[in-house]
Design a protein around this ligand. Structure first.
Ligand SMILES: Nc1nc2c(c(=O)[nH]1)N[C@H]1C(S)=C(S)[C@@H](COP(=O)(O)O)O[C@H]1N2
Ligand SMILES: [Mo]
Length: 416
């Protein structure tokens, strides 16, 4: 006799049942809510509504209703937000998989729909499962690989998040009361009730003998999560801790030691920066604003008032550095050079790089105005290395790494 996944006796694990599913469900209720909030904040941090250069997501207007001017305080805001988002997302993978495993008989149940309400519920479950897998897969691809998914990560992950979370919220409203009840119910009652009431789609009617207890299975899931946490979280810290991040994406370029010896995203070679262009004699910074354009050599820049700020680099991919000591010219001083005294406007930053998504970025007026926002020439007391953006890079407090443009060539104040 061949049995299909939709026949009642096909799924035999004695672990399945409302209690096991409910424990995982309650963990995901808290975890995915936090993922959604930190994800939306992370998106806001890009200033996506400022310029199409920062983000081209069409019609984010409706779903971007919540966007706001991303603050510059506290200076570790993006580091914390994105660190939590990525680390938590990775840590929840075993819980998500266990939850899907625990309800898999329901996904195959026949008939597909017993009533209109049941049909709607199953469609919402498809959005929930599909949306959840989509968000986790695109997220992991974006941090582990040079993103390979067709289409740009930002709009896909952003739209996907809204679809997923809408289905998730509906599911949570419907299921949380029962889930909380299930957590308090002893196992015997669960089995008995299922036999009597024939709510048997989670509990197997003919279970195999147990090889592990339900608590054991939970420990196994939690252990998987802890293992992922322990091999990921280190990417947010400096020193020996970073080496514990075995699963962190960037074996990439070795930053070496010394003042410039911290994580490198794209190297100068990868970005196609010709060393001759960054040479002190050849390079000029072009600054444009209300009163026109000025061109500055590196030596002229270095004679302007220089200021220091201790700020981290925090990448959307989830890694971050501790505070580095940057030294350079304040962005608001550069704005003042071209006629924006007092109240600086937004700025459009362009680098020497000719191709690639992050070769330019727009910063909001509040970021330009912050005295810690610099066009940095030095880091940790030394000239910027080629890979960290020589001769000059942007550094802004609390901003995502993508806004910290390296190899800067041109700043345009106002009129974005
Ligand atoms: N011109 C240019 N600037 C850039 C990028 C880039 O690809 N090109 N990458 C950005 C990203 S995504 C990050 S996280 C930071 C990393 O800075 P670091 O390599 O000095 O650590 O640089 C940013 N500045
Ligand atoms: Mo980044």
């Amino acid at each position: 006799m061949t049995r299909s996944p939709s026949s009642p006796g096909f799924w035999r694990s004695p672990l399945r049942g409302p209690w096991f599913t409910s424990v995982l469900g309650v963990v995901l209720l808290a975890g995915i809510t936090l993922l959604f909030v930190t994800g939306l904040l992370s998106y806001a941090a890009y200033n996506p509504d400022l310029s199409p250069v920062n983000d081209k997501t069409p019609d984010k207007g409706v779903l971007g209703f919540y966007l706001f001017a991303w603050p510059t305080d506290p200076h570790w805001l993006y580091r914390l937000d994105q660190g939590v988002h990525v680390t938590l997302g990775i840590t929840l993978i075993p819980v998500l998989l266990a939850k899907l495993w625990s309800v898999v008989p329901k996904l195959f149940a026949l008939p597909p729909a017993r009533s209109l309400a049941h049909a709607l519920e199953r469609v919402s479950l498809l959005l929930l499962v599909g949306g959840g897998l989509f968000e986790f897969v695109t997220g992991v691809l974006n941090i582990q690989l040079d993103y390979v998914f067709p289409g740009s990560f930002y709009p896909l992950h952003f739209y996907g998040a809204w679809v997923f979370f809408a289905a998730f919220a509906a599911h949570a409203v419907l299921k949380t009361p029962a889930a909380l009840r299930n957590l308090r119910r002893p196992r015997e009652e669960e089995v008995k009730e299922v036999k009597e009431v024939e709510e048997g789609d989670l509990v197997s009617p003919r279970p195999d003998p147990p090889t592990v207890s339900r608590r054991g299975a939970l420990w196994f899931t939690g252990g998987g999560s802890l293992l992922l946490l322990a091999t990921t979280a280190g990417q947010n810290f400096d020193g020996p801790l970073r080496r514990t991040a075995l699963l962190a994406p960037h074996g990439g370029a070795d930053p070496g030691s010394g003042p410039n010896g911290f994580q490198i995203n794209k190297t100068a070679a990868y970005a196609g920066i010709d060393p001759a262009e960054t040479d002190d004699d050849a390079w000029r910074l072009v600054v444009t604003g209300r009163t026109g354009t000025v061109r500055l050599s590196r030596a002229q820049l270095a004679r302007l008032p220089l200021h220091s700020a201790a700020l981290p680099i925090a990448c959307v991919e989830g890694w971050s550095t501790g505070d580095q000591w940057w030294r350079g010219v304040r962005l608001r001083d550069l704005a003042a050079l071209v006629g924006h005294d007092g109240d600086p406007p937004d700025v459009f930053v362009e680098s020497l790089q000719r191709h690639g998504a992050f070769r330019r970025a727009a910063l909001r007026a509040n970021q330009v105005a912050d005295p810690r926002s610099l066009l940095a020439l030095y880091v940790n007391g030394e000239k910027l290395s080629p890979d960290h953006g020589r001769p000059a890079r942007i550094i802004v407090p609390a901003a995502p790494g993508v806004l910290n443009t390296k190899w800067v060539a041109r700043l345009t104040f106002g009129d974005l």
